[in-house]
Design a protein around this ligand. Sequence first.
Ligand SMILES: [Zn+2]
Length: 322
Amino acid sequence: MKSNQGFILNKKWNVNAKHALYRSDGTWYHVLVDFPGAYFDDHGYLLFNTEEEYRSSKYFNVTKEVGISRGISKIPGYVRIIPDNSDFLQNELLLAIHQEVDSGGSPVFTKQQLIDKGLDIFVPDSTKKQFMSEEILSSTLNEVKYRKIIAPLANNFYLLIDRPVDVDKSDLSDEAIDVAITLHKLTIGNVPTSDEQVLTRRRHGQSRLRMLTLNNYGHRCAFCDVDDDSLLVASHVVRWADDPIARGDLSNIICLCRFHDPLFEQGYICLTDDCQIETISSSNKTVSTNLALITGFRSPKQFPPLPEYLRRHRQRNRQNAT
Ligand SMILES: [Zn+2]
């Protein structure tokens, strides 16, 4: 495979070496035996016209193998074919991603869509544009990924996350919605609508929020032992209508049973900043029975309730009480 790649690049870049060896990062090779011979990496090559020139190089020693710790690209004579993954490439790529997302209306895109846009303009090779641009794209996409601008999804899809992901605006997969939720990027239901398509997308977002909430709390009410999914709801600490930003935030959502959800909603149950339970006593037998069933607050795996949200929940219910 590796020698095959050397063969391909040797032909593609018209190097005409009799022996061509390839290593992605250019740091380690077998010994060249035919000359002219050349070492290739992802961006260029180093050609040796004669064996003497090769063996007398002061930049590496030819033993059973050849190790070049800084890579062949640092050795004089290296010919760069493909530009480095510079800021320029990343900016070009981001621009293309934004254009693609804006024109298609979905924050999900594939590498192929970017290639189809003609992103290979900055590839000097004109005979096999696509092959080369895929190489550059892949490595550049990987670099951008670490800048938290895009998130990889399954099957070579990517999600743009340098802006909020609005579930109302496009049909998203479960996976894309889940990634957006866990990265605190999901917005949902920001604009009132009666459009059935938008409402369907919104319900999809809500059902993913519920599923992630149930998973987060181990499919159990955070206050009692109810563990039947059909009796569990995703209960918002700061109410749905009161804060659009907090709607998709898992640290604003607690998994509760259908018995404790309304008691929490109505302020019979509150949580302190550090999730200690405070209840209001009731003279009603059913209410007090349900309050008595509370065994404590069960902490979630991730995204515990944010003190800020709990404070607002307490404030709202104290106002209601007075
Ligand atoms: Zn419960």
